[in-house]
Design a protein around this ligand. Structure first.
Ligand SMILES: *[C@@H]1O[C@H](CO)[C@@H](O)[C@H](O)[C@H]1NC(C)=O
Ligand SMILES: *[C@@H]1O[C@H](CO)[C@@H](O)[C@H](O)[C@H]1NC(C)=O
Ligand SMILES: *[C@@H]1O[C@H](CO)[C@@H](O)[C@H](O)[C@H]1NC(C)=O
Ligand SMILES: *[C@@H]1O[C@H](CO)[C@@H](O)[C@H](O)[C@H]1NC(C)=O
Ligand SMILES: *[C@@H]1O[C@H](CO)[C@@H](O)[C@H](O)[C@H]1NC(C)=O
Ligand SMILES: *[C@@H]1O[C@H](CO)[C@@H](O)[C@H](O)[C@H]1NC(C)=O
Ligand SMILES: CC(=O)N[C@H]1CO[C@H](CO)[C@@H](O)[C@@H]1O
Length: 474
């Protein structure tokens, strides 16, 4: 009763925090040998098939792997989308990370083979290795079993990923923070041998190094003139792409170190390798050594990098889609958002926590916004009732009364929560349950049952107090 056909509810469930305790499992070679035996081959085949069309993708994938590992460990957090631009993807160093779509396509092939088994973090690590191998570069071992993270934070990306503008001290610190030493710094910088860059990452060195219209004296002046004449013709050029190891950009060789010693490294972070005696002598050592030696060292360093703070065992999760977290490891249901009426644009009434409200106070609005947006942006047609992404149980078993109330089940849907203008989550949609008494009358007994049932579960209405002045009866 009460729930006439003229109205139905749209329900949004958001889960908060409370990660399941973790174990200390290790990565292992062939982790998927039994659970998804074809996974590594699917990835290698896809890379093989597509990389020759776009060799620069190899550079993009290795860069993506690097960026991923430097923020919260190699956990594919770099792939997470945020519709409020708060994810790692949105941090300046990452905006030029390409290859997201490439990874998404691999993921969908792997999911088709074995759903929910292979992590996005492993896919990045394997695809990066395979793409370098397919362009004739070094091979390295990729033990697997990484699990995907659930947090992506723009500030952390900005703070942890070395920038093209970083000096030696900064590079040393950022690498040390990840347990990587100066040798790793020099070796991994060698990947710039296949790199390309936009002028914006170094044009200050050409045109305005100290803000006086000057040039970086540590950059070979002949080379600088060349770049200014033929490539980055003015300081505002944000479209021209420059090879980091001109002439041998497609081969994974020692060319990068040759450029660096000639003071032709494009970035300040390349030039920085000459400003410290240890790194300078390592650069020279590699130049005098064989390609095989470089490859062996590269394999060693990148194997080290690709295990930074990995999540294993029951940590993290296996995403379904690499751009979105699943919440399957969250065991705290926090919020339900109800839409009442036929035209949701006009009829958001209120939303409230049904349990775990306390955790709302512990997390920042940013986190909240981006997390909600991720769900909303993605799972447009998720079947809330039957999905087992609330801990181990489905909505219908966890919230039987609510389930019972929602008579028009087929109309249940997650809906967009943007205000349609500024593209941000509109907190004003929140309302305490009891502030709209008409609605309660409308809903009758069913609502009071829900209300009583869940209030007794330790939840009070109204969220964190910012909810009552919405003025949002639209
Ligand atoms: C993720 O966001 C990017 C823009 O940052 C967009 O191009 C891409 O389509 C989004 N991915 C998905 C799966 O929505
Ligand atoms: C290196 O860069 C950092 C951050 O920009 C700065 O604080 C530091 O003074 C620089 N160090 C040197 C030696 O220039
Ligand atoms: C060079 O940098 C200074 C200081 O940041 C700035 O005032 C000036 O406009 C810049 N010049 C150009 C040509 O961008
Ligand atoms: C490049 O610069 C132009 C003009 O300065 C600007 O309109 C455009 O948005 C910029 N593009 C990117 C990708 O930053
Ligand atoms: C992101 O990380 C920064 C630095 O650790 C932290 O201050 C901030 O609260 C985080 N943002 C979110 C939304 O969690
Ligand atoms: C969802 O669960 C309900 C009852 O719990 C069941 O009747 C229904 O068939 C399920 N729907 C799907 C798509 O599995
Ligand atoms: C579009 C955009 O924001 N691009 C940024 C990419 O990162 C560089 C610095 O690494 C910024 O200068 C750009 O503005």
């Amino acid at each position: 009763m009460g729930m006439g056909g003229q109205s139905y509810f749209k329900v949004l469930i958001v889960c908060f925090v409370a990660l399941i305790a973790s174990t200390n499992a290790q990565l292992q070679l062939g982790f998927y040998a039994e659970s998804c035996p074809k996974a590594e081959k699917i990835i290698a085949d896809f890379v093989h098939e597509h990389i020759h069309n776009a060799p620069s993708l190899a550079a993009a994938l290795i860069r993506m792997h690097f960026h991923d590992c430097f923020v919260r460990g190699c956990d594919a957090s770099v792939l997470l989308n945020s519709t409020t631009n708060q994810a790692e993807k949105d941090a300046p160093p990452n905006l030029t990370v390409r290859g997201f779509d490439f990874i998404d396509r691999i993921k969908s092939l792997v999911e088709a083979e074995c759903p929910g088994v292979v992590s996005c973090a492993d896919i990045i690590a394997l695809a990066a290795r395979d793409s370098i191998v397919h362009t004739g570069g070094p091979y390295w071992k990729v033990p697997t079993g990484r699990r995907d993270g659930v947090i992506s934070n723009k500030t952390e990306a900005t703070n942890n990923i070395p920038a093209p503008f970083s000096n030696f001290t900064t590079l040393q610190t950022l690498f040390a923070n990840q347990g990587l030493d100066l040798k790793d710094l020099v070796v991994l910088s060698g990947a710039h041998t296949i790199g390309i860059s936009l002028c914006t990452s170094f044009s200050n060195r050409l045109y305005n190094f100290t803000g006086k219209g000057d040039q970086d004296p540590s950059l070979d002046s002949e080379y600088a003139t060349n770049l200014k004449t033929f490539k980055c013709k003015n300081i505002n050029d944000n479209t021209t792409i420059v090879e980091m190891d001109p002439g041998s950009r497609k081969t994974f060789d020692l060319g990068y170190y040759r450029q660096v010693v000639k003071r032709r490294g494009l970035f300040e972070s390349d030039a920085a390798l000459l400003t410290n005696s240890v790194t300078r002598s390592l650069v020279n050592q590699f130049l005098q050594g064989s390609l095989d030696t470089f490859y062996a060292e590269f394999a060693k360093s990148i194997e080290k990098m690709s295990q930074i703070k990995v999540k294993t065992g029951t940590q993290g999760e296996i995403r379904k889609h690499c751009a979105f977290i699943r919440y399957s490891n969250f065991n705290h249901v926090s919020l339900l958002l109800f839409d009442h009426g036929d035209n949701f644009e006009k009829s958001w009434w209120w939303w409230r926590a049904i349990c775990g409200l306390g955790s709302l106070h512990d997390v920042s609005d940013d986190w909240f916004q981006s997390s909600i947006a991720q769900i909303v942006g993605n799972d447009g047609d998720i079947d809330f009732r039957n999905e087992t992404w609330i801990g181990e149980d489905s909505f219908n078993t966890l919230f039987p009364r609510l389930y019972y109330c929602v008579v028009n089940l087929d109309k249940l849907k997650v809906v967009e929560l943007y205000d349609g203008v500024s593209n941000v989550w509109n907190l004003q949609w929140r309302r305490p349950l009891l502030s709209t008494s008409n609605m309660q009358a409308d809903q009758g007994e069913c609502w009071s049952r829900v209300h009583n049932g869940y209030n007794n579960g330790g939840v009070s209405g109204g969220g964190d107090g910012r909810s009552s002045n919405g003025g949002d009866d639209r």
